[in-house]
Design a protein around this ligand. Structure first.
Ligand SMILES: Cc1cc2nc3c(=O)[nH]c(=O)nc-3n(C[C@H](O)[C@H](O)[C@H](O)COP(=O)(O)OP(=O)(O)OC[C@H]3O[C@@H](n4cnc5c(N)ncnc54)[C@H](O)[C@@H]3O)c2cc1C
Length: 399
């Protein structure tokens, strides 16, 4: 134990300073170690290359499936349930290596599969989840629109019109991760009959559906985000998520995924800290490693303290989630806090690397850029702060 925490050659401390991984049971701990090895061997070596090229790690889907980390009890007889803590740590470990990879995974495993789990009928879960668990069918989640982001609850404009046993969808969606190649897109649209938001599973290649990859991104470049156009897309009633009756149901999905982003943000901060620490003990100025200077040590100490605070909060969040007691405001507070601490941590890391902090070569630059997307998606810091503020005062500041 002491060796793992303090045992690098330079005697430096790793990001899991308080050993939260030790909270896992033996079997999940072993599985997390297998995932870490996969990330080290197969994700890390290509992260900068994919980031620069703007390509998603789709070719790894078979390897991810082999790890058995996507499913939960009932999805597929072969895949056992996993604890909330394990799922959180999984997101943290992925983002610690590559936030784009963590997002690529999360869009499929948390947002798309989470929508089917939370809002699908038993028949729909049995129809879609096993193939998604095996990564044979890849998912996407389409809520945000070009003109409506934070205000989707009241302002969603994509429409769903029922014609007998078929629904007709019209509208546009923006920022949809995996949206250009996903086999199954969970599309949220407003029913013109009752004005409520409902969820539909649209298959890749459906007539009237088009997807363009959004170019020129400066964050999470290893995730492809699509701009979707839905022009009279016809979806059978059997493919409408049967337990999504209003935006409150969409929110059941977002509560869980917002919590997941808190873990991802913690992982992004962790990756940046570790890049900075490694650099600080190697890089010499004035004839000494820069890590021996007090100001650099202060930066590292602050990073480690912020990461530890995020981890501690996220561990408690996982315990509440496990008991089914996590509230929207608690998820919002954790997302808000962890992404804010992350943003400061990646900036400190970039600073420790000096000029090299803006080069991909040393990884800190990638974490620095990617943090900007994590800060804004799944509800911006401001929106999450308003959710917490409403809980604190009982007064809504939403307009
Ligand atoms: C990389 C990336 C991946 C994404 N992936 C997906 C995806 O897979 N699926 C999906 O559906 N969406 C996705 N999104 C969309 C994401 O959830 C939205 O970007 C986010 O909800 C914010 O919406 P917006 O960008 O339209 O900003 P806006 O809502 O236009 O907000 C702009 C600014 O105004 C502030 N603001 C807005 N309203 C208020 C208010 N009432 N009070 C105070 N401040 C306010 C915001 O906090 C923000 O700072 C993704 C976004 C990014 C960047």
């Amino acid at each position: 134990m002491a060796e793992r925490r303090h045992g690098s050659e330079a005697g430096a401390v790793e990001g899991d300073f308080f050993g939260i991984v030790d909270l896992l049971d033996g079997e999940e701990r072993k599985l997390l170690d297998r995932v870490r090895e996969f990330l080290r061997a197969e994700v890390a070596p290509h992260a900068n290359e994919l980031w620069e090229a703007g390509r998603s790690p789709v070719s790894l889907r078979g390897r991810i499936a082999e790890l058995g980390i996507t499913g939960e009890e009932g999805d597929d007889a072969g895949v056992p349930a996993r604890s909330s803590l394990f799922r959180g740590l999984l997101g943290m470990e992925m983002a610690r290596v590559d936030p784009s990879f963590a997002t690529f995974f999360g869009v499929h495993a948390e947002l798309a599969m989470g929508s089917v789990r939370a809002c699908g009928s038993e028949e729909q879960k049995a129809r879609w989840l096993p193939a998604m668990t095996r990564w044979e069918k890849l998912g996407a989640f389409a809520l945000t629109e070009p003109l409506v982001g934070s205000g989707t609850a009241a302002g969603l404009t994509t429409t769903a019109r029922r014609e007998g046993d078929t629904w007709v969808l019209d509208g546009e969606k923006k920022w949809i991760g995996n949206g250009s190649f996903a086999d199954l897109l969970v599309v949220w649209a407003r029913d013109v009959a009752d004005d409520q938001v409902k969820g539909f599973v649209v298959e890749h290649g459906a007539a009237g559906l088009s997807a363009d990859v959004i170019p020129h991104k400066i964050a999470l470049r290893g995730v492809q985000n699509a701009h979707l156009a839905l022009d009279g897309v016809r979806v059978p009633e059997a493919d409408r998520l049967q337990h999504a009756e209003s935006f409150a149901d969409t929110n059941r999905v977002l509560r869980v995924t917002r919590a997941a982003v808190a873990w991802t943000a913690t992982g992004c901060a962790l990756g940046a800290y570790e890049a900075a620490r490694a650099y600080a003990v190697e890089r010499e100025q004035f004839g000494r490693p820069i890590g021996s200077f007090q100001l650099v040590q202060d930066n590292l100490a602050r990073m480690l303290a912020d990461i530890t605070a995020c981890q501690s909060l996220a561990v408690r969040l996982a315990a509440l989630e496990e008991k089914g007691e996590l509230s929207d405001a608690q998820a919002a507070l954790t997302k808000m806090f962890c992404t804010t601490r992350m943003r400061e941590t990646v900036a400190r890391a970039r600073e420790v690397l000096g000029g090299n902090g803006i080069l991909l070569d040393h990884d800190a630059a990638r974490f620095f850029a990617d943090a900007e997307a994590l800060y804004s998606y799944e509800g911006t810091r401001d929106m999450n702060s308003l959710i917490v503020g409403r809980a604190a005062t009982g007064l809504s500041a939403f307009v």
